[in-house]
Design a protein around this ligand. Structure first.
Ligand code: ATP
Length: 205
């Protein structure tokens, strides 16, 4: 029985060592039995669509997770039409795993500025442990701006759930830019993912 399950949504365009290392760290800290990576179909928080299609991002995640036995990738958001709202996804996993499971939804500190506008944020904070992770290049998470949207106890829950992940200065945008210019990205992502990108001619134009 999995009583602590980490849900980690993202574009993963492509998945990189930043994603993997913070997920490993959070898994250790939380002592979670399982980590589920969930590639988004259409992020309500990003202006542009992913560069790689859902299948390619799903396959790259599968390759990157090959040695992590307690990690899996889910296509639930890829299969759901329309914007991929986190609340809908948490409810999907609640139905799949049942009531006895505690869910921990990971998100990087770059998301804090938008949290007040997330769809159903109050319900989401109650439905899971929304865990904001430290991220290189972004302020340490503070939730002062959420006071008008959330109850004080909910703001306190967000504070308690912050995870001081190691700062790993990698992002997918930089990887895509480097690939276009032919620069070396081998230290930023799993070699199997890089091979997949090259074999499939992703991100080069
Ligand atoms: P892009 O550069 O395309 O915006 P990204 O590198 O931020 O992509 P996403 O797939 O959008 O990656 O991120 C998924 C989740 O992982 C987000 O919550 C993001 O904040 C978090 N995240 C990504 N990279 C890191 C990192 N290096 N450290 C901590 N959190 C990260």
């Amino acid at each position: 029985m999995n009583d602590k399950v980490i849900l980690f949504g993202g574009t993963f365009d492509p998945i990189h060592y930043g994603h993997l290392r913070v997920a490993d760290y959070a898994c250790e800290k939380i002592k979670a039995q399982q980590v589920v990576l969930i590639p988004v179909l259409c992020s309500p928080h990003k202006e542009s669509l992913p560069a790689a299609d859902g299948l390619a991002r799903f396959e790259m995640i599968s390759l990157a997770l090959a040695e992590r036995k307690n990690f899996r990738v889910s296509d639930c958001e890829l299969k759901r039409a329309g914007p991929s709202y986190t609340l809908d996804t948490v409810r999907h996993f609640r139905t799949e795993y049942g009531k006895g499971v505690n869910f921990y939804w990971l998100v990087g500190a770059d998301a804090v500025k938008d949290l007040a506008r997330w769809y159903g944020i109050k319900e989401l904070v109650d439905a899971c442990n929304l865990c904001v992770m430290h991220r290189a290049g972004f302020e340490r998470p503070v939730f002062a701006g959420l006071g008008g949207v959330l109850e004080p106890a909910q703001v306190e829950k967000l504070r308690r759930n912050v995870i001081r992940t190691p700062l790993i200065d990698i992002n997918s945008t930089e990887i895509r830019c480097k690939l276009v210019s032919g620069a070396d990205v081998s230290g930023m992502l799993d070699p199997k993912v890089l091979e997949y990108i090259k074999e499939n001619g992703l991100y080069i134009a």
